[in-house]
Design a protein around this ligand. Structure first.
Ligand code: AMP
Ligand code: MG
Length: 475
């Protein structure tokens, strides 16, 4: 690991935003999976990956050259209520390698741990490890994961559970809540300016020398957040905890907790069992993103024009809808989409909901012209049968052969989505010290459009008894 050299650009931030910390190691760490493609991208050799140093790096006992352990402070609105002091309560940063800031999740407590133990249990670590790579595989902006260790250390959640650490990597770890934290500083203009300049240097370098750069930075964050919502809504991803501290200023999917993918389509589905009001339900996600952006505009207002920012954000839903329907049209194989198709799309969603149709499997079957399977999996057959008849007429009017249409559709409709029941099977296997599925599904996650004969059943509609699996929020 001698060639791995970290840099520490974070130290251009005022120390208001971070604390230097120490890690607390886990006992008997064992590397259970490594993301070889990211490792290669970051410059780790095969020897590096197989070395003790690599495991020790994830366990927080080996710091590559040039690194520094530190935790970031941030604030945030949790379920709509402002919490002034959050921060990396169980994440410890190491420094930057190429474009990625490396971070250990679960390597012990920090000054921001509040009542938490600074640990992450195996179950939630596997969920984060696999999902971040699945999102990457789907082309959805996300933080990444380089490797995962398990251990004989334990933490108490609802029961005693094994502890784990994931080495996460992200082009940015700055959250909307980081700006909320700057806003509440006594010298907030200084802190906001410092943080905004840091964000421009790290994420929006093209704005560095332009006038109104803070407003422009905000506009870019809005645009990236719109794109993220288009991705989430079209793939059927539910984050579960869209607090402002879990919103990335680069529009990345960040902090994987009680998330879920849509199974039987239900537009107001709530995947987080602590979310009793449905604040973060599937259909609310774009509206919450816009609300979170309004908080960001407010806290940037000491250094940027609030009116301009708000009027930009006012167009969020309009822009979102335009892009969203275009994306759904592509999933359906329409290359000549017009707004006349919108009612037809909305009708499909109503039918999916009434007939308990599996969202991912529907698009997968449609991309393979397996119409009979769509019908046989629907609780009521008539409505979807009529819809499919109209669908076939609609696509036959396009200037595109069926084969080419199906080819286009297969390239954007994944065969495999890591639904909660699949993750649960992987977790149970890992808890019994078998990491086969974990590593197989890392590969599937990285290319969810390919064929994996032995895992065919996971591309089918979720078995009825396994739908709606809700995982525990305490992780
Ligand atoms: P989350 O909703 O998982 O993004 O976490 C919200 C806040 O709680 C963040 O500041 C986390 O760092 C912190 N947190 C969550 N779990 C723990 C834990 N086990 N120990 C310390 N802090 C935690
Ligand atoms: Mg978080």
């Amino acid at each position: 690991m001698k060639n791995i050299k970290l840099t520490t650009p974070f130290n251009t931030l005022n120390d208001y935003f971070y604390s230097k910390v120490n890690t607390t190691k886990l006992s008997n760490p064992k590397l259970i999976s490594v993301n070889k493609s990211l490792a290669k991208e970051l410059g780790f050799s095969d020897d590096d990956i197989n070395s003790e140093d690599f495991i020790n790096m994830i366990n927080g006992t080996y710091l590559p050259n040039g690194g520094q352990y530190y935790a970031n402070a941030y604030a945030g609105h949790q379920f709509g209520y402002f919490v002034p002091q959050l921060g990396d309560g169980r994440a410890i940063n190491l420094g930057k390698l190429n474009n990625y800031n490396l971070q250990l999740k679960g390597a012990g407590s920090t000054p921001y741990s509040r009542n938490g133990d600074g640990r992450a249990v195996l179950r939630s670590s596997i969920r984060e490890y696999l999902l971040s790579e699945a999102m990457q595989g789907l082309g959805i902006p996300t933080t990444r994961a380089l490797g995962i260790i398990n251990s004989t250390s334990t933490a108490y959640r609802e029961i005693t559970e094994p502890c784990s650490i994931v080495l996460r990597a992200s082009t940015s770890w700055i959250r909307f809540g980081s700006f909320e934290y700057a806003y509440i500083a006594k010298d907030n203009i200084k802190q906001l300016t410092n943080l905004a300049n840091f964000v421009i240097d790290e994420s929006y370098y093209e704005l560095k020398n332009i006038p109104n750069k803070y407003e422009e930075m905000y506009f870019k964050i809005v645009d990236k957040t719109i794109d993220l919502m288009v991705h989430w809504q079209s793939i059927g991803f539910m984050h579960g905890v869209m607090n402002t501290d879990n919103m990335s200023i680069e529009g990345l999917t960040i902090d994987y907790g009680p998330y879920a993918f849509m199974e039987e389509f239900s537009k107001d589905y709530i995947c987080n069992h602590s979310d009793t009001e449905g604040r973060y339900s599937f259909s609310n996600q774009p509206f919450i993103a816009q609300w979170n952006l309004s908080v960001l505009a407010k806290v940037l207002s000491p250094i940027a024009n609030e009116k301009l920012m708000n009027s930009y954000n006012d167009n969020f839903i309009g822009k979102f809808k335009d892009k969203y329907y275009k994306k759904i049209a592509l999933k359906l194989g329409f290359i000549d989409f017009t707004s006349n198709d919108i009612d037809f799309i909305l009708e499909l969603f109503d039918i999916m909901e009434n007939s308990s149709i599996d969202y991912t499997a529907f698009f997968y079957f449609l991309s393979s012209a397996r119409y009979d399977e769509i019908i046989s999996n629907a609780t009521y057959k008539d409505e979807i049968t009529s819809w499919l008849k109209l669908y076939k007429i609609r696509v036959s009017t396009q200037n595109l052969s069926m084969n080419n249409r199906l080819k286009n559709m297969k390239a954007i409709n994944p065969k495999y989505i890591l639904k909660n029941y699949i993750l649960q099977e992987i977790i149970e296997q890992c808890e019994n010290n078998d990491f086969t599925m974990l590593n197989d599904f890392l590969q599937i996650a990285q290319n969810p459009y390919a064929e994996y004969k032995e895992y065919e059943k996971y591309a089918m509609p979720t078995p009825k008894e396994k739908t709606g699996y809700i995982c525990s929020c305490s992780s």
